[in-house]
Write a protein that binds this ligand. Structure first.
Ligand SMILES: [Zn+2]
Length: 312
């Protein structure tokens, strides 16, 4: 099992898109002192093994220039949902208002059973409402997993990877993760840029090593860098967040001897559905079958490799 974890970690951290986030993967490795995928898998299994209940998944990182949702994040959430429902867990998704239609369409296309979708927005009182709604069944929540969810920096400003302030167009997820922490709900953060929920755990390392562009100074008047302040109990980086979520889903399927539900064909179907509902590629901003600059042909190849690794 653990040699497969090694192979999958090597696969999901390859520089497919040329966006150079290898430094980030090295820092996550140094934070754990071992394979981060293995650490995240162990944490995930430990959080879920005691009893059945609800898993909350969060995603939604809109593109500033286009005010549109992106293709990275929602697909990862859907694949995790498929595996976790097969294992008997109830799924609730928290997303932003722009990403909501993409999530709804993907639930339909991938035929996954999601109990509830919460929508967070920029105004703070909306999020209090979401927290109040989650509160009702808080004792049911076993785990929260963030896949490509924006995090504010140390002074509460949300930024994109180009260093610009996106506070007014993103869902404000920070109070929700503060709530999880207060309630001792285990959390996992999956990201690829250093400005997503979870990277708070290696914030100082990212800044000291100048590991991402605009780590020390952003392009907005807040004057701070873009590095995430919100921490999660476990942190996973990957070439794109979807690939991190897929690898974790693949290992979970292997561990509990269920079929891994993702196929290259399903990836293409989901990507077409995401584009149809307004999603764009997070790097180029284009309405094409791509995730963070990686074309569908390459994505299908990566998924085939993933399936081969867990089946061998
Ligand atoms: Zn700023």
């Amino acid at each position: 099992m653990y040699d497969k974890t090694e192979l999958l970690w090597n696969l999901i951290t390859q520089n497919f898109s040329g966006r150079q986030n290898e430094k980030l993967h090295k820092l996550v490795e140094s934070y754990y002192g071992s394979n981060p995928l293995k650490e995240n898998l162990n944490f995930l299994i430990k959080s879920l093994e005691e009893s059945y209940g609800t898993v909350i998944l969060t995603t939604g990182f809109p593109i500033l220039k286009l005010v549109a949702p992106e293709t990275d994040g929602p697909l990862g959430v859907i694949v995790l949902s498929k595996v976790l429902t097969k294992l008997g867990f109830s799924i609730e998704i928290i997303t932003d208002i722009l990403t909501q239609p993409v999530i709804e369409k993907l639930i339909d296309v991938a035929k996954v059973d999601v109990a509830f979708i919460y929508v967070v927005s920029a105004p703070k009182n909306w999020n209090n409402r979401v927290i109040q709604e989650i509160m009702r069944n808080v004792h049911e929540i076993r785990l929260a997993i963030s896949v490509e969810t924006p995090s504010p920096n140390r002074v509460g400003v949300y930024h994109n990877m180009s260093g610009f302030n996106i506070t007014n167009i993103v869902g404000h997820f920070a109070p929700i993760f503060e709530f999880f922490k207060m309630k001792n709900i285990p959390t996992i953060g999956i990201g690829d840029g250093g400005n997503e929920i979870g990277f708070g755990v290696i914030r100082d390392l990212i800044i000291r090593n100048n590991a991402i562009p605009f780590a020390k100074k952003c392009r907005c008047p807040c004057g701070e860098g873009i590095v995430a302040d919100v921490k999660t109990d476990a942190l996973l980086s990957a070439s794109t967040s979807n690939l991190g979520a897929y690898a974790l889903s693949a290992l979970l399927s292997l561990k509990f001897k269920i079929d891994f539900p993702l196929t290259p064909e399903l990836e293409e179907k989901m990507l077409i559905a995401a584009i149809d509902t307004g999603a764009v590629d997070g790097i180029t901003g284009e309405k094409r079958l791509m995730v963070d600059g990686i074309k569908i042909t390459k994505l299908k190849e990566i998924i085939s490799q993933m399936i081969k690794i867990i089946k061998e």
